[in-house]
Design a protein around this ligand. Sequence first.
Ligand code: OMP
Length: 279
Amino acid sequence: MREQEPFGVRLRRAMDTRGPLCVGIDPHASLLRDWGLDDGVAGLERFSRTTVEALADRVAVLKPQSAFFERFGSRGIAVLEKTVAEARAAGALVLMDAKRGDIGSTMSAYAAAFLDPAGPLFSDALTVSPYLGFGALAPAVEAATAAGAGLFVLALTSNPEGQEVQRAAGADGTTVAATVLRHLAESNAGARPLGSFGAVVGATLGDLSAFELDVNGPLLAPGIGAQGATPADLPAVFGPAARNVVPSVSRGVLRHGPATTGLRESAARFADQVREAVG
Ligand SMILES: O=C(O)c1cc(=O)[nH]c(=O)n1[C@@H]1O[C@H](COP(=O)(O)O)[C@@H](O)[C@H]1O
């Protein structure tokens, strides 16, 4: 039985009350250094806890990037577990950025790792990769639905290298990205006010009017800040779908730590700029 409301319902509410900003928790070695922390598990823990304490009570979504925790092995994963639990307890929705994707039978295990409410890494949503076929993600779709969780499926990523795969077209001229977006629209059909199955669409990509971005689900828009995009770019990239965009910033906010005020003021500035750009 579902233990909580669907992710799309919870996300829409959070976007409406807190504003739509997502802040990534990406403990780069260079950021740990800049914060005066050691590049080890103690530094990782301090960095993550500081970010959660500064932001989890005010931004809609926090997005820990799993790789930065995995690089410390089991002790890093233990910090990730605490980070997820503390962020959720403080009221943020947690999007686990692990970009998982495998054949269906293995995808079931990834779903158990991140989308089973009984698991220690259970998160409100998970980033997943559709490049083994959207259908291979079915176990994650099922697990997310059962748990009231969500998925963000890579569609048009913020990095320039993504285009050779994502804009490749089949015999009928349909691009890979358009196919992913169509599957998402089908997965979200009938959901109100917003489906739980989102797309990742970079804010760096310029005009995307060739793509049907209205999938009745959220659109995670990374690339703001360090990768060069700004909130002012959102209307031109997303058009009418901008109302469903969750703009995502990692280094652009994190570089203002370790002071809590620095992190909060930076997030507030991005949130203001998003409000000015998309209302
Ligand atoms: O899924 C993501 O979050 C993601 C997708 C994408 O297309 N581009 C992208 O940069 N990301 C992630 O978003 C974050 C961007 O970090 P900054 O460039 O520091 O804001 C990193 O954690 C990336 O892994």
